[in-house]
Design a protein around this ligand. Sequence first.
Ligand SMILES: Cc1ncc(COP(=O)(O)O)c(C=O)c1O
Length: 436
Amino acid sequence: MTRTAPSSILGLTAADLKPTAEFAAWCDAHDPLASFRDEFEIPRGADGHPVSYMVGNSLGLMAKTSRRLVTEELDDWATLGAEGHVHGRRPWVWYHEHFRAGLASLAGAKESEVVAMNTLTANLHFLLMSFYRPAGARRRILVERGAFPSDRFAVRSFVRAIGGEEAIDVVEVAPREGEECLRNADIEATIAREGDSLALVLLSGVQYYTGQVLDIANITRAAHAVGARCGWDLAHAMGNVELRLHDWGADFACWCSYKYLNGGPGAVAGAFIHERHHGTPPPRLEGWWGTNPSNRFEMGPRFEPGPGADAWQVSNPPILSLAPLRASLDLFQKAGMESLVCKARAMTGFIEMALRDRGANGVRILTPPATSERGCQLSISLEGPPERARRVFESLKPRGVYCDFRHPRVIRAAPAPLYTSFGDCWRLVDAIASVL
Ligand SMILES: Cc1ncc(COP(=O)(O)O)c(C=O)c1O
């Protein structure tokens, strides 16, 4: 498998798409990324055939080499015991370093700016501690009203824990009345209006419910223009959309690795801390794994930080939970994010137009139509009574199509381009349209 130039991803424009099974088969036959599908274990349905798996926005599939990589670590543990820390085939003391290049490339960051550590909500708390530093009149934090519940809980509990007042210190942005998606201009206007009162803006790069991609570059710029910091939850963005966190100047970001990064259930998460915070870092919660590895084991009494984002680590990493991520990051490197984004655009465009063409009744796509505002997730709202939407959703699995459902009537379908085929996309459309 070789890296594929994005222009050669089928060379499709919206006008080329045709809403037929034959067209889907043609795309699969000409898709230069098609062979990556063979690198993954694809669950099988009741008929014994691989399902059309569209739930990579919840839990990505297992790369086949994950099993070997986990087994190798188990073998080193079995044969070497504690010696594995330094004499294993990939010594555990330096294990997290294997992820730097892959994560930096997906985050659009320098290698020193990223680190694989903890879990997502834990990282949100750690990074709030460093970057939400209310002082004087500058004490508010801007979040999204419809943010994923864990983000809401993290922010609000953090504000309370440091003696703030939720009702005053937490400012929310929301879609306009009758709209589902946020407007970037509204977010920027709220930032400007809050001005000197704003300490931090914390938003999701890709909204979990609608699949909307926010304008990270301009929102970050707007936050900095009023003297606030800006951080990003990239749970639905890493491995889904192209990111340039360093150039965009984000202060920090964090993500989980079990969705598009295919790291496995509960996989070790990741964090980005811009290099301008490395030299004179803000206060942070410390642990021994954040210290300099060259003298960590001298067990000195003082915290001597390791380089860059590594200094934010607190504990030695869970090797068995990190191992599968290596397999997937290698595949991302080979496929190239640009190519994957092109394929995702073609697939979401195909699903949308095929649903329209099949006359799927009462279907509304919540995800914005502009390619700059969507990744590979389509949020399909089934209008009418929620029970009907639920019924349609429940009819998909027996037809070999795995999606997820978000209350009250949204089916989220995420054709992750590393392992999803155009045939899968057609199967989704066919299943929805035939039920409706
Ligand atoms: C946007 C977002 N934030 C936070 C979380 C919570 O992640 P974790 O359970 O890994 O802390 C999720 C989980 O799906 C999420 O989608």
